[in-house]
Design a protein around this ligand. Structure first.
Ligand code: UD1
Ligand code: CA
Length: 456
């Protein structure tokens, strides 16, 4: 009996989030809480993953458009047992089922695997010790230590409420037991709900052993019910990513001041200063250094490159040994070859910059192809947009663009050309020549006086 079904309970509303967004769509590390749980489930080699959804159903389905899971609608949220009942049609008779909660994003695949292994013929539940167990189901054991039942907080006696061992909600058992036991549940309790936890008592009564695996990783079983929980778990999640980066040899100036909202791959001897945010897929080559306060999204940055402070990068590829920033903005479609320099207050968009070229100060370069060893002076602007259409600018190898120049696209600046400072260039500039376009004369008015302040 190796087959595994996984049922993820995700129908609850999450009233305490005080939000119009269904609880399971709130994000940890920029990924919906429920998507974290589904990712865990996918590590477990299950033949079926069934998500029971309900509140905000259409929104949940649209946000997590996952064809690999079976979606089951629980129209009325009549309890966790009722939720699993909705999935019965999809449970395989010869499989076992693992129950996961859709609001527990840090759920640990190894702990789940252990639980599943324990549930060959018996039932296995995951429990933990809570200093303040208020609200949780308590694990009842007989004098020999065997688990006999779970009693929900609202149904528990004063003595039972003193029990610190609580139910995580995560459990595993063979379907030959689960399916008939689900049919025996009733809602005769304080909340008028069909409690999944009541199957523990049924198991004990029928002589099926129930083992409780106690975890000491509380965060991996903590559900999110409020914005406080969301903020707390986000920090734990980020702390764990930071610890992994440190283990891999990445230098973090402050492991509490980095946020990874996606995946961050790092080579050897990478250094990351404080307050950097990495989003989507980011990879950093060997010896890359990221200074403080950078936001980097979907980017590959090759070995030896230095990103100075306050730089924003999105959908960009950067070659080896480049120097970017401070205060640079690299927008989607930008590709920099090795040894490119992009300095302060430079915006690049959908532009390719070849080896060794420099755009060091106060420029906008959009829809542009820049050749090798080009120097683009301060205050250069590619005028790529006529209000309706976008046009490309081609700047060939070894070009020198003087400061405060406008290049009105479409336009090509030929190889080795020099453009004089202060020019507005509207036609192609020939290779190897000086091209300028300024006001005709420079005048000086000898008799001119600065205005003086008017007296009343
Ligand atoms: C449940 C357990 C409790 C355990 C606690 C751990 C039961 C009866 N109680 O209590 O023993 O200590 O979790 O957090 O199982 N859900 C549905 N449909 C429903 C009701 C709930 O899908 O009709 C989902 C929720 O979205 C949530 C999960 O099931 O993801 C747990 O539901 P919740 O209401 O949080 O259960 P608790 O009362 O906290
Ligand atoms: Ca809960």
């Amino acid at each position: 009996m190796n087959k595994l079904n996984i049922v993820i309970l995700a129908a609850g509303k999450g009233t305490r989030m005080h939000s119009d967004t269904p609880k399971v769509l709130h994000k940890i590390g920029a990924k919906p809480i429920l998507a974290h749980v589904i990712d865990c489930a996918k590590k477990l080699d299950a033949s079926r993953i069934i998500v029971v959804y309900g509140y905000g159903g259409a929104e949940v389905r649209a946000a997590i458009n996952d064809e690999k899971v079976i979606w089951v609608n629980q129209e009325h949220q009549n309890g966790t047992g009722h939720a699993v009942q909705q999935a019965i049609a999809h449970l395989e008779a010869d499989a076992k089922t693992l129950i996961l909660l859709g609001d527990v994003p840090l759920v640990d695949a190894d702990a789940c695997k252990k639980l599943v292994d324990l549930a060959a013929t018996q039932m296995a539940i995951l429990s933990f010790h809570k200093t303040d167990p208020t609200g949780y189901g308590r694990i009842l054991r007989d004098p020999s230590g065997s688990v006999t039942a779970i009693v929900e907080h609202k149904d528990a006696s004063v003595e039972q409420r003193a029990i610190a061992e609580v139910n995580t909600g995560i459990m595993a058992l063979p379907n030959v037991h689960l399916i008939p036991w689900l049919a025996q549940l009733n809602n005769d309790n304080a909340q008028g709900e069909f409690y999944l936890t009541d199957i523990v008592k049924i198991a004990a009564q029928q002589g099926v052993a129930v083992v409780a695996e106690i975890t000491d990783d509380e965060w991996s079983v903590t559900g999110i019910n409020s914005k406080q929980d969301l903020a707390k778990i986000e920090r734990i999640y980020q702390t764990r990513i930071a610890q992994k980066l440190l283990e891999q040899g990445v230098t973090l100036k402050d492991s509490a001041r980095i946020d990874v909202r996606g995946t961050l791959k790092c080579g050897r001897d990478v250094e990351i200063d404080v307050n950097c945010v990495f989003e989507g897929d980011v990879s950093l080559g060997d010896n890359v250094k990221i200074a403080s306060n950078c936001v980097i999204k979907n980017a590959h940055i090759a070995a030896g490159t230095l990103i100075a402070a306050f730089t924003h990068i999105e959908d960009v590829q950067i070659g080896e040994d480049c120097h970017i920033g401070p205060y640079a903005r690299l927008r989607p479609g930008t590709v920099l070859a090795a040894q490119a320099h992009v300095g302060n207050f430079v915006e690049l968009k959908n532009s390719q910059v070849d080896k060794g070229s420099k755009i060091n100060h106060l420029s906008y370069v959009g829809d542009t192809t820049v050749g090798k060893n080009v120097n683009i002076g301060a205050g250069t602007i590619t005028c790529n947009y006529d209000g309706v259409n976008k046009y490309r600018t081609i700047i060939e190898d070894d070009v020198f663009i003087g400061s405060d120049t406008q290049l009105v696209a479409p336009i090509t600046i030929g190889q080795g050309a020099t453009i004089a400072a202060g020019s507005t260039i509207t036609r192609d500039a020939p290779a190897n020549q000086l091209t300028f376009c300024r006001a005709k004369e420079q005048k000086s008015i000898a008799a001119w006086k600065r205005p003086s302040k008017l007296t009343k």
